[in-house]
Design a protein around this ligand. Structure first.
Ligand code: F6R
Length: 239
């Protein structure tokens, strides 16, 4: 595990951007794994800037997002589809058929999960997966207690996760109770993992990842067993 300590959120985002650009510019038909939430917003802004400066093209890039809420239409303002479209995809030359999120409105959710796995496999697996971390140590929406052997599946969101995400919704009751997420084993098959950690509210999760035992109680702790992980964490995230 390579640990990069940076001053603040901006520096974290800039460093992450240069790692992503390096990957996109060096791999043929790159496959990116992407996350939503507050953490990667700065990264996406820097990617868009780089694209506008002609430093990178996304026309041969395929992406897979970690997760999507169940029960929100993809055009709902709070869906992860809308987040990705607004904050990244619509600003780039990525082909609409090349970006993927699980479909949280699928009639057959189990089939949707299996199909998502197949698509990732057909794309040749993820070259670099961007991850944020939950205050409870979750990755994707794999909450504490999720088996390390999990593949793309349906989750009941932990109350702490719903509370943390309520800031994007009008009321807590509007926050969906379920989501589809890539499984932990699916995430671990990514060739490289880039974990971004910012802010003091993430300090405990980061410490449990770095110092604690590898345990299903802290989903992110499995990253210790991945051969190629880069963690970029800002000063506030170190206790
Ligand atoms: C988002 C995701 C989540 C977030 C995590 C941190 O697609 O899978 O694991 O990365 O909840 O969220 P933020 O960045 O909002 O603190």
């Amino acid at each position: 595990m390579k640990i990069v300590k940076v001053k603040n959120y901006e520096e974290m985002s800039k460093r992450a951007c240069s790692i992503i650009l390096e990957k996109v510019n060096s791999v043929e038909n790159p496959v990116l794994g992407l996350a939503t939430g507050s953490t990667p917003e700065g990264l996406y802004k820097y990617i868009i800037d780089a694209y506008k400066q002609n430093e990178v093209s996304f026309k041969d890039v395929t992406t897979f997002n970690l997760d999507e809420y169940i029960g929100l239409d993809k055009h709902n303002v709070n869906s992860y589809y809308t987040y990705m479209k607004e904050k990244l995809f619509k600003h780039l030359d990525i082909r609409p058929e090349n970006y993927h999120l699980p479909n949280g409105s699928a009639d057959d959710i189990k089939k949707e999960c299996e199909q998502y796995e197949k698509l990732i496999e057909q794309a040749g697996h993820i070259d670099i997966q961007v991850l944020g971390i939950g205050v409870n140590g979750h990755i994707g929406f794999n909450e504490p207690g999720t088996p390390f052997t999990s593949r793309t599946h349906v989750v009941d969101l932990a109350e702490s996760t719903r509370l943390a995400n309520a800031r994007f919704f009008d009321t807590l009751a509007d926050v969906p109770t379920q989501a589809i997420t890539m499984g932990i084993e699916t995430i671990m098959e990514s060739k490289t993992i880039l974990l971004l950690v910012s802010g003091e509210q993430k300090a405990e999760a980061l410490a449990r990842l770095l110092d604690g035992p590898v345990s299903e109680d802290v989903p992110a702790s499995i990253l210790m067993e991945h051969p190629n992980v880069i963690v970029i964490a800002d000063e506030a995230a170190w206790q």
